[in-house]
Design a protein around this ligand. Structure first.
Ligand code: UT7
Length: 324
């Protein structure tokens, strides 16, 4: 039995912050940001919007496309590192918002790979007959984690959510394989001290130790290596050639990372989906947002082979090979 994607959805907050807006309060420029990252703008959650709100809207869009009611869901997984609270899980809040009273719900913390980790978890429940319909979401409010005075990181991230509805299927199409990897040895190249158990919470709230930290150029090189390695791994383990792939959906971190990944794979850039210009890096949300855009604009059709490949803090990385 396979898990098949029968609906996609996405949602991004209304407020948009362009590179030109950033120029006003930060020593940066549209020229620098666009040349180094391919990013033109990012969506920013309003003060009254939390990650579960974005996740719920994306989920509703995916359920509507799938023609599935919330009560039919057996499972909800949210990939996120910016959940509403330490607990309960954001997935439980989404379950409540949707009225998905028959679903069990939990979050997956794998940074930018959170959606692929969630998809891989769900695939196992479907294969084991433990779920027939599930909802997998990647949702983030990354702009709440950045230090707006740190130009090396704050220009890179945005907020949004993407979702897919999976159904158990014995047909040709569905998830053909997933591969997950982790390496905690370089965790400090990309992390957020935040209010976890290692740093005492500050009564003042957000200050220096709270914010996301990243050694960008180190992360860049590792990202390109693993984002391309997992594509090769997915293809080889399924006996599929690069030429048979219609589109690849890498985590949307930076256009230069996407270009370098395509180059390393010797895959034409037209086959590497990109919408990083409009959303910036939305962490776990980036792949399902990209997938929804491609699906709704007819860039993927029944029978197409696609690869989703993610890389993020941890480090974590992984892939899903899907026959659409
Ligand atoms: O999900 C995975 C998440 N990780 C990522 O997406 C990050 C991957 N890394 C990157 O995308 C790139 O490394 C960055 C975009 C973060 C940086 O690009 P880079 O080409 O590696 O630049 P750099 O860090 O080597 O910095 C070059 C210069 C520095 O100035 P000096 O020391 O040469 O005078 C920086 O201070 O650019 C400066 N700089 C900026 N200038 C204007 C850094 N950020 C900015 C900025 N505006 N926003």
């Amino acid at each position: 039995m396979k898990a098949k994607i029968i609906g996609t959805g996405s949602f991004a907050p209304e407020k948009i912050l362009t590179n030109f807006d950033l120029e006003k309060n930060l020593d940066t420029s549209d020229e620098w940001i666009f040349t180094r990252t391919g990013i033109r703008q990012r969506h920013v959650a309003g003060d009254d919007e939390a990650t579960s709100d974005l996740a719920t809207r994306a989920a509703q869009n995916a359920l509507e496309m799938a023609g599935v009611s919330p009560e039919e869901l057996d499972l909800i997984i949210v990939g996120s590192i910016t959940g509403d609270f330490s607990f309960p899980a954001t997935a439980c809040l989404v379950q409540k918002n949707l009225g998905a009273r028959n679903a069990f719900a939990y979050d997956v913390s794998a940074a930018c790979s959170g959606f692929i980790y969630g998809l891989s978890n769900a695939e196992l429940y479907h294969a084991a007959g433990k779920a027939r319909k599930s909802l997998i979401i990647g949702a983030e409010t990354m702009t709440r984690t950045v230090d707006w005075k740190d130009r090396g990181t704050c220009v890179l991230f945005g907020d949004g959510a993407g979702a897919v509805v999976l159904e158990t299927s014995d047909g040709e199409s569905g998830i053909l394989s997933t591969h997950l990897h982790s390496d905690g040895s370089s965790w400090e190249l990309l992390y957020q001290p935040g209010f976890g158990s290692r740093k005492l919470p500050s009564v003042e709230g957000r200050e220096g130790p709270y914010f996301l930290k990243m050694q960008g150029n180190e992360v860049f090189k590792i990202a390109v290596r693993y984002l391309s390695d997992v594509v090769i791994e997915a293809l080889e383990s399924n006996g599929i050639s690069k030429e048979e792939i219609t589109l690849i959906f890498p985590h949307q971190a930076n256009q230069r990372i996407l270009d370098a990944t395509g180059k390393r794979l010797k895959i034409p850039l037209e086959k590497i989906f990109s919408n990083v210009a409009s959303y910036a890096n939305t962490s776990a949300a980036s792949i399902p947002i990209a997938l929804d855009e491609a699906n709704r604009t007819g860039r993927i059709k029944a029978g197409d082979l696609i690869v989703l490949n993610a890389f993020g803090g941890g480090f974590t990385w992984g892939s899903a090979l899907i026959r659409w």
